[in-house]
Write a protein that binds this ligand. Sequence first.
Ligand SMILES: C[C@@](CO)(OP(=O)(O)O)[C@H](O)COP(=O)(O)OP(=O)(O)OC[C@H]1O[C@@H](n2ccc(N)nc2=O)[C@H](O)[C@@H]1O
Ligand SMILES: Nc1ncnc2c1ncn2[C@@H]1O[C@H](COP(=O)(O)OP(=O)(O)O)[C@@H](O)[C@H]1O
Length: 314
Amino acid sequence: MSQPPRPAPGRSVTVRVPAKVNVQLSVGPRRPDGFHDLANVFLAVGIHDRVTATTAPDGQGPGISCSGPGSEHVPLDGRNLAVRAAELLAAHHGFVPDVHLHIDKDIPVAGGMAGGSADAAGALLACDTLWGTRTPRADLLELCARLGSDVPFSLVGGAALGEGRGERLTELPVGGTFHWVFAPADGGLGTPEVYRECDRLRGAAAVPEPAADPALLAALRAGDTAGLAAALANDLQPAALSLRPDLAATLAAGLAAGAPAGLVSGSGPTCAFLAPDAEAAAGIAATLVANGVSPRARATAGPVPGATTIESHA
Ligand SMILES: C[C@@](CO)(OP(=O)(O)O)[C@H](O)COP(=O)(O)OP(=O)(O)OC[C@H]1O[C@@H](n2ccc(N)nc2=O)[C@H](O)[C@@H]1O
Ligand SMILES: Nc1ncnc2c1ncn2[C@@H]1O[C@H](COP(=O)(O)OP(=O)(O)O)[C@@H](O)[C@H]1O
């Protein structure tokens, strides 16, 4: 094994990485490998985790710590996707990583907003910058796809259509800013469990191949909130509602508070609502907090950029 370029101890790089909402999640039949082909229209939104990579003493492998809401549910060992990302990047370049990773979480954990994927993409970018390994973008995207289906999008951000498992991205033009309210729920939903429930609910019914909705893509391109509201669709929503029937009341409460449309974000249980503008979004979030439906409801907007270095002392 070769040695990494070794910045002085204590050098650090901080990357911020956005959450996502799936404005369309079209799920095809279960594949022989257990995954499902998707037409997954991702939008990156302004809720971010921060990943800081700091040079650590030799020979210890990656260390990990985590702060912020829900951090007690994040594994602090080799199961952590950020740790796996650092190990994978180091192996790609042929060395053993000596790095400490700190994750400052703001993305709801196990919430259907790709928090773990964000941390993986953030760790890849932070370590690549800290180590000066200058990994080509195409290689970084390939490493992302090995870490998880959603990880490439966390690196890229903006809006994109994910095909295959969701890892094959085509960036999408967006003609404006969309305003959102996110209503996190207590507890999480396991992604594999939600896909399994989707298959169970479908039973023997024929499942069409997944396809992106042209009306939804046109609404994104035009920055047309009403058009996007009419086209929002999530094939995993019936499964998430079957596992968490309480989410139906959250969706109804968001509409009652004035949102033109709402849906479960990805595999859930976070619910997402579109709003006509920033002021309306703030009002809907305040209502959901005040009536106790979602004490952590918050307003934000998208699209926003993918993983971005915000501090470098390397
Ligand atoms: C549902 C989505 C929507 O964007 O995200 P979340 O809402 O959970 O964040 C994604 O498809 C989740 O992507 P990600 O969380 O990266 O999944 P992976 O680690 O690749 O796979 C975890 C498990 O989910 C299932 N899975 C995932 C992707 C896919 N196209 N088909 C699947 O069936 C498989 O059971 C797989 O073993
Ligand atoms: N860095 C990480 N942050 C959050 N969860 C992580 C991380 N690494 C591994 N996990 C695991 O991944 C699971 C899914 O978390 P997350 O990615 O936040 O949700 P989702 O897949 O619903 O978007 C968590 O239950 C946790 O056990």
